[in-house]
Design a protein around this ligand. Structure first.
Ligand code: NAD
Ligand code: UFG
Length: 349
């Protein structure tokens, strides 16, 4: 295992940088491909500071086939961890072509290069947003898919492409089979416990946790709670928040599974990565106030378009087949977010 190279697309980003730390600490070689469109090289400098190990960085776009082909030839990775993508739901509604180009077309190019380089092992960043609306609030992998925005559809399209690719193994018996883990993340938040790496959103954050953290340090005046009239115990939205370090550990376990007998004939399988328990917006605010001792100034605002009242993961399959479950509590998540935010009020700047 120690000499396996993992090629990490989007490795300079929020989740990718945390994955690089875990990969290096687990003894893998790491090669990162990132266009730095939504990140800074500083995150990777800090990854190397945390681990005391080095990684190889290529500033390249996954849509650049020639560059990618050269990188694969140099690195001979055993596995690709594919984090590169655009992820803002609102922006995807405004600029769907950008999202389909970057996420779907970008993944197509990556898969072509993987195929041509005989690298057919992939861990893909999917999202709970691929699920359709159901009357149930706890989502299992076999639920019907039905995303409701271009971002979510870009993830579902990529999942379809990967299932088709895996199915094509049967009629291409002379090549090594595709081994694919589709990891459907619930709500990743938190930061590495060192406080050296974390989420560094551009401009005003879209998501709850970075917004709360910026209110707590006084960078933003007030949080808007989007709706308190949902059919939940306190009326605010409920989500399954997962510590980013727990999340990326699930990726290491996925590599182990793909390398095991369970995948010896190939396969493409989806796994929920979530805690299996949800918290409301008001519970998140209360946890933040109690861990940090800071008062969070908030007001109740109208619902945000496209938000569901409540959903959380059924993580049983990941436990059974990846031997994975979350280990960190909500208090750990909040403490690590606060540690990162207070040590780096301007993010990586
Ligand atoms: P991020 O924006 O911090 O990281 C993505 C990285 O990919 C960035 O460093 C960006 O520069 C890079 N990138 C984007 N397009 C690229 C391209 N064409 N070529 C090369 N590099 C490119 O986002 P993140 O939160 O770390 O998310 C990582 C992955 O996880 C994404 O695919 C995202 O859709 C998925 N995901 C995230 C969440 C979440 O809430 N953060 C939830 C579910 C799924
Ligand atoms: N919320 C607020 N105020 C804010 C921001 C959010 O009240 O300023 C509420 C939302 O209404 C929701 C909860 O906090 O009830 C969480 O919202 P986030 O924006 O943090 O997260 P979402 O569940 O909306 O979306 C996240 C990612 C998506 C991903 C989805 C499913 O942002 O990319 O999880 O995985 F698709």
């Amino acid at each position: 295992m120690s000499h396996q190279t993992i090629l990490v697309t989007g490795g300079a980003g929020y989740i990718g940088s945390h994955a690089c730390v875990e990969l290096l600490q687990a003894g893998f070689n790491v090669a990162v491909v990132d266009n730095l469109g939504n990140s800074k090289y500083e995150s990777l400098r800090r990854v190397q500071q945390i681990t005391g190990k080095t990684l190889t960085f290529y500033q390249a776009d996954i849509r650049d086939k020639a560059a990618l082909t050269e990188i694969f030839a140099k690195e001979s990775p055993s596995t690709v961890m594919h984090f590169a993508g655009l992820k803002a739901v609102g922006e995807s509604c405004e600029k769907p072509l950008l999202y389909y180009n970057n996420n779907v077309y970008g993944t197509m190019i990556l898969l072509e290069v993987m195929d041509e380089s005989n690298v057919r092992q992939l861990v893909f960043s999917s999202s709970a947003t691929v699920y359709g609306q159901t009357s149930l609030t706890q989502y299992s992998e076999d639920f019907p898919l039905g995303p409701i925005n271009p971002y979510g559809r870009s993830k579902a399209m990529i999942e379809d492409i990967l299932r088709d690719l895996s199915a094509s193994d049967k009629i291409n018996p002379n090549r090594s089979p595709w081994k694919v883990a589709l990891l459907r993340y619930f709500n990743p938040i938190g930061a590495h416990e060192s406080g050296l790496i974390g989420e560094d959103p551009n401009g005003i954050p879209n998501n709850l946790m970075p917004y709360v953290a910026q209110v707590a340090i006084g960078k933003l005046p007030q949080l808007s709670v989007f709706g308190d009239d949902y059919p939940t115990p306190d009326g605010t939205g409920i989500r399954d928040y997962i510590h980013v370090v727990d999340l990326v550990k699930g990726h290491i376990n996925a590599i182990t599974a793909l390398n095991s007998d369970a995948f010896k004939d190939g396969g493409c399988k989806a796994y929920n990565l979530g805690a299996g328990k949800g918290y409301s917006v008001l519970e998140i605010i209360a946890a933040f106030e109690s861990v940090t001792g800071q008062k969070i100034n908030y007001k109740i605002s109208p619902r945000r378009a496209g938000d569901l009242a409540e959903y959380f993961a059924n993580p049983a399959l990941a436990f059974k087949e990846l031997n994975w479950k979350v280990e960190k509590s909500l208090n750990d998540i909040v403490a690590d977010t606060w540690n990162w935010q207070s040590k780096n009020p301007q993010g990586y700047n």
